[in-house]
Each structure stands twice: as structure tokens, then as C-alpha cells.
Design a protein around this ligand. Structure first.
Ligand code: NAI
Ligand code: MG
Length: 335
């Protein structure tokens, strides 16, 4: 079994090694290869996602990714390497679970998964400016094929995890040609899964309910951009960004990555929370390598540590343990 590790930028260099330690301890035969991507790599060589990184990632079939720093202004030749890697590896679904974790900042009763379409919508990167830079336009693309694929993923996940309901989230009232298509196709797919309840919410209303009553949600099926935003909102109820994992899945490939970014405000201090990336590694074991027993051991070690009050500083906003101290505790608790 092979894993391609891409730390990326910022706290990626601190949290990813913690998750690799966990995986190595549980899977001594795991072959680990390292590859580079990100803003630092772009500044060094002019390439944010080098071809040899893509080749290693595809060859391994499984990637553990930290985070990349991306500027919010145009830079010639640069685009987000993780968005490109998801496309290049054809990971069409991004699974972002939020469940209650025993920390004071989490909300009891929350157990939901955002199933985010990962290949299209506004994230296709078809953007330009005209009018001397004063008018910007981006294309939003929704296709039947990609919607069918993500909808089947959401309903199958609901069935496999014995969940009761899939909520389709869209803005079809304003965007009937794109989100309206997503909604229509999702309802068509729902007919194949009569055992799962299906409902829908407009994305603004979904945001309201995500704040007001997150336990209302079970599986959320949604296009790329809304999924990005709603899963960050949901992460607050799981205890915060430092605790929120994700897994991108494709036909026979997967990219595990926390939902957080490179956290430049705390990078280099050794205080970042490695839980999100450790739980992402657990998702990789469960969904991609089909090793649920290993995933259970990782999840149990994290739950046990948090239950004892072992936290990094982000959880309570006060002095916490370092990234390495927390990783030591998880490795010691794997059983
Ligand atoms: P961010 O997720 O990096 O940070 C938001 C806040 O959460 C910061 O205060 C940060 O310190 C904290 N935080 C995040 N992860 C943490 C962890 N593991 N432990 C403790 N605290 C943590 O989002 P932000 O600041 O909006 O973006 C920073 C950079 O990251 C940007 O360049 C952005 O483009 C990039 N980014 C990359 C992503 C990726 O590679 N998948 C995803 C999101 C942002
Ligand atoms: Mg995001």
C-alpha cells in the first residue's frame, strides 16, 4: 500500500507529519513517498503543482495533503494546487463529516456529512476581467453527468452509514439553468433510493439552519461552492477548523486533507492542531483502503485524548499542548 504525502505550505509542514506518524504506527508496511506543491514551491520554481508530484500522486492512488497558501489576487501562472490536483486525480466527491467531538466548543447532537461536488460549479476557473479590469466574470458550470455521480455518492453513503435523509442544497430559484439542473437531476437519482428520505433547502436558508439547528442535517448534497462554505460553518459545531477532516474520492483514488488552510497566523510555532489531518487519514483508511478497524483505532484515540481535556490551543483559545505533544498522545493511545 502506498501513500503520497504533500505537506504544502504553512502548518501543513507541522500537522501532516503527525498524521504520517499515526499511519506508520498502525500500518508498518505502508510505503510513503513525499512530494511538493504549493505557494512556496511556486515561488522557488514557478510551478505550484509540479508534474512529478501529479505522477507520484496518481501512482500511489492515495494522497495525504496538508494545505496550500493561495493569494486572493491574480498571480500569473498560479492557481490553487489542491483544486488542480482534485481535477487531475478526478476526485469528483469531497466528503466532509462533522460529528460531535468531546470538546467544549462542539455542539451535542451534530452528526452530518456534507457531500460536495468537486469538479465543476464556479471552481472550474473560467474567469476573466474586461473593462480595464473593472468588470470580472466567472462561469458556473453544472452538468448532468457530474450531478448524477455526486448524487449517487451521497445516497450510497447515506445507505452505507445508515443515515436517514439527504438534503439537496442549491439556489435554483435564482439560478434555474445551473442549480435548477442540479436539483432536478438529484431528485431523479433519489428515486433509486426509496429507503432514504430526500428534501431540499435553498442555500441561504441552509446557512440559517446550519447555525440555528445543525442537528437538523444528516447528508447534505450540494454543488462545489456551497459545499465549501457550508462545511466550514458545520466545522464550528464539530469543535473548530482544527478538528475538521475531509476526503476527496474518485474512481480508485483518494486525497485526504483537512478542510482548513495553511494558517499563516500560527505557522512555524508548533502549536497547530493535527486532529483534522489525523481524522482525514482515518477517513482514507476507512473509505479508500477499506481498513475500518484501523480507522476506528484512530478515531478512538482522538476521542479519548479530547475527552481527557488534552487540547491544542485553538480549541479553547488558551495555552494548549504543542502539535508534537498532542501527536505523542494520539500515538500512545492507538492501542
Ligand atoms: P485557515 O483555515 O488557514 O485559517 C483560519 C483560522 O483557523 C486561522 O485563525 C487559523 O490559525 C485557524 N486554524 C486553521 N487550521 C488550524 C489548525 N489545524 N490548528 C489551529 N488553528 C487552525 O484559513 P485562512 O486564514 O482563510 O486561509 C489561509 C491560507 O490558506 C490562504 O492562503 C488560503 O488560500 C489557504 N487555504 C487553503 C486551503 C487548502 O489548501 N485546502 C483551504 C482553505 C484555505
Ligand atoms: Mg474551504
Amino acid at each position: 500500500m502506498k501513500l503520497c504525502v504533500i505537506e504544502g505550505d504553512g502548518i501543513g509542514h507541522e500537522v501532516v507529519p503527525a498524521a504520517v506518524r499515526v499511519l506508520r504506527q498502525l500500518m508498518p508496511g505502508l510505503e510513503v513517498v513525499s512530494a511538493e506543491a504549493g505557494w512556496d514551491r511556486f515561488e522557488k520554481t514557478g510551478e505550484a503543482l509540479p508534474e512529478d508530484t501529479v505522477a507520484l500522486a496518481k501512482e500511489a492512488g492515495a494522497v495525504l495533503f496538508g494545505a496550500c497558501s493561495s493569494p486572493s489576487y491574480p498571480v500569473a501562472g498560479y492557481s490553487s494546487p489542491i483544486v488542480s490536483l482534485r481535477k487531475r486525480m478526478e476526485t469528483f466527491a469531497n466528503l466532509r463529516p462533522t460529528r460531535f467531538l468531546p470538546v467544549p466548543t462542539a455542539r451535542a447532537g451534530v452528526d452530518l456529512v456534507v457531500v460536495r461536488e468537486n469538479t465543476e460549479d464556479l471552481y472550474i476557473g473560467d474567469e476573466h476581467t474586461e473593462d480595464a479590469g473593472d468588470t470580472g466574470t466567472a462561469t458556473k458550470r453544472i452538468t448532468r453527468a457530474a450531478t448524477e455521480r455526486i448524487a449517487h455518492t451521497a445516497f450510497r453513503l447515506a445507505r452505507n452509514e445508515k443515515r436517514r435523509r439527504v438534503t439537496i442544497v442549491h439556489k435554483g430559484n435564482v439560478l434555474p439553468q445551473t442549480d435548477g439542473l442540479f436539483r432536478r437531476v438529484a431528485y431523479e437519482v433519489a428515486k433509486d433510493y426509496g429507503d432514504i428520505e430526500t428534501d431540499e433547502l435553498l442555500v441561504d436558508t441552509a446557512a440559517y439552519w446550519m447555525v440555528k439547528d445543525p442537528a437538523r442535517f444528516d447528508v447534505v448534497l450540494t454543488p462545489n461552492l456551497y459545499g465549501d462554505i457550508l462545511s466550514d460553518m458545520a466545522a464550528a459545531w464539530g469543535g473548530g477548523l482544527g478538528l475538521a477532516p475531509a476526503l476527496n474520492i474518485g474512481a480508485e483514488v483518494a486525497i485526504a486533507e483537512p478542510i482548513h488552510g495553511s494558517a499563516p497566523d500560527i505557522a512555524g510555532q508548533g502549536i497547530a492542531n493535527p486532529t483534522a489531518v489525523i481524522l482525514s487519514a482515518s477517513m482514507l483508511a476507512r473509505h479508500h483502503w477499506n481498513k475500518p478497524a484501523i480507522a476506528d483505532r484512530i478515531d478512538a484515540a482522538v476521542t479519548a485524548a479530547l475527552s481527557r481535556g488534552d487540547y491544542t490551543a485553538d480549541v479553547l483559545g488558551v495555552n494548549g499542548m504543542s502539535t508534537d505533544e498532542f501527536a505523542d498522545i494520539i500515538c500512545g493511545g492507538l492501542g
